[in-house]
Design a protein around this ligand. Sequence first.
Ligand code: EPZ
Length: 416
Amino acid sequence: MESIVIRGGRPLHGEVTVSGAKNSALAIMAATILQGDEHKISGMPGLRDIATMKKLLQYLGAEISGSDELIINTGNIACQEAPYELVKTMRASFLVLGPLVARFGRAKVSLPGGCAIGLRPVDYHIKALEAMGVSITIDKGYVHAVCSKLKGASILFDMPTVGATENVMMAACLAKGTTTIKNAAREPEVVELAKALRHMGAYIKGEGTDTIVVEGERPLQPLAYRVMPDRIEAGTLIVAGGITGGDIRILNCPVECMGSTLEKLRDIGIDIEEDKDVVRVRRKGDLQPVEITTHPYPGFPTDMQAQVMALLTVTKGTSIIRETVFENRFIHVAELDRMGAHIKVEHDTAVVTGVKQLKGASVMATDLRASASLILAGLAAEGTTVVSRVYHLDRGYESLDKKLYKLGADIQRQQV
Ligand code: EPZ
C-alpha cells in the first residue's frame, strides 16, 4: 500500500499545469458507445478512474490505444454488460447505461452501490430512461434495461443531477423525437458532453441552463475532442498556494467556470490574479473566516468542500461549512482533527474554529477529495504527515505529489 509523506511549512513557488478534467473525460468516453467507429479524445488525464473506464469499455468490446490522446473504437462492441467488479470501483461506470440501451436496445449494468460520501442512488437515471420507453428491472444488484425503440420524452428532475442528466442526454441522441430535460445539471462537464455530442452530429441546445433539448436520430459521426481542464484540480492547487503562503502560477486554469470557487477563495484572503487561463496565487496577510454552502453549479462545488475546509482550519476565526449535495461528505473532519484542527460537525454543517498551527500526524484517506484535503493540511502542518490509502488520490489527481514537489513541497510517495 502506498502512502504520501509530507514535511510541512514550505511556501510553494513556481509553475504548475492543470490536467484534463476527470468528470468530463469519463462522460465523453461513455458517449463513444453511441456510434460504432474510431473516436479520438485528447488532453486525457492519467488517472485510475480513466483506467477503470478504459477497462470497462474494453470489457464491452471496444478497442482502445493511446494515453494522452485516447483512440477508442467502439465498432465491435458485442457485450452490453457492465459487471459489478468494475462498476463498484467507480460509480461513473453507470454512464454506459444510457448509450448501451440507446444503441443496442438492451443493457445489464450493475448498480453502483453507495460510496464513502453517500448512498448515491440512481433512481433519477432509471425513472428518466423508463419515461423514454426503456423497461427496467432490478435483479441481483443489476439494472436490466430493454427497449425496442427509444422515444423522446419530457423529463423533470427533482434536483439537478450530473450523472442522470448525462445518461439521458446521451440516450436522447438516438431516441425517436425530442427529449426535454428540465432542472438539468448545469455543471461545465455536462456542457462539455453536450458540445462533444454536437461534434458527433447530435442536435442539442440549452446546455448550461436548467433546460436541455435534444432532437434524436441525427446521424452521428466519429468524435475528435479535447478534454477541458479540471476545475477541481485547479481549485485544489490554488488552495495549496494559499495554505502555504507561497507564490505560484497555475497554467491551463479554466477560470471561466470557477466563479464561485475563486470568489470564495478571495474572500478567505488568497490573492488570485487572472491572465486568460493563467492564475497567479499569493497570500495577502491573514486568512479570514467565511461561511460556505455547497450547491449544484454555479454554486460553490461540493468537490471543493474538503479542500477549502483544510484551508479554513488555519484561518483566524470561526467558519461555517454546510454540505447540501452529499449526506456524508465530512469524513475528512476526524482526520483533520487528528492534526490539531478544531472542527465540530452537526448534521450537514461543520463549524471550523481556526488554529494557529496544525501538527503533522499519520492520517488515512477515505475518499478522493478527503485525500487532497489531508495533503493540503500536511503542506501547512508543522512536522511530518503521512497520508495512507493514497489510491483514493490517484483516482482523480494526476501525480499531485509530483506537481507539489516541483513547486517546492517536501513531499514523497513511499511503499508501506
Ligand atoms: C458527479 O457525480 C461527479 N462525478 C461528482 O464528483 C460530483 O460530486 C457530483 O456530480 C456533484 O457535482 C462525476 O461526474 C463522475 P449527482 P454524480 O448525480 O453524477 C443524488 C468527484 O469528487 N442523486 O449530481 O453521481 C445524489 O445522491 C466526484 O469528482 C439521487 O438521489 O452526482 C447526490 O446527493 C464525487 N438520485 C445528488 O443527487 C440519482 O439518481 C447529486 O448527485 C442521482 C443522484
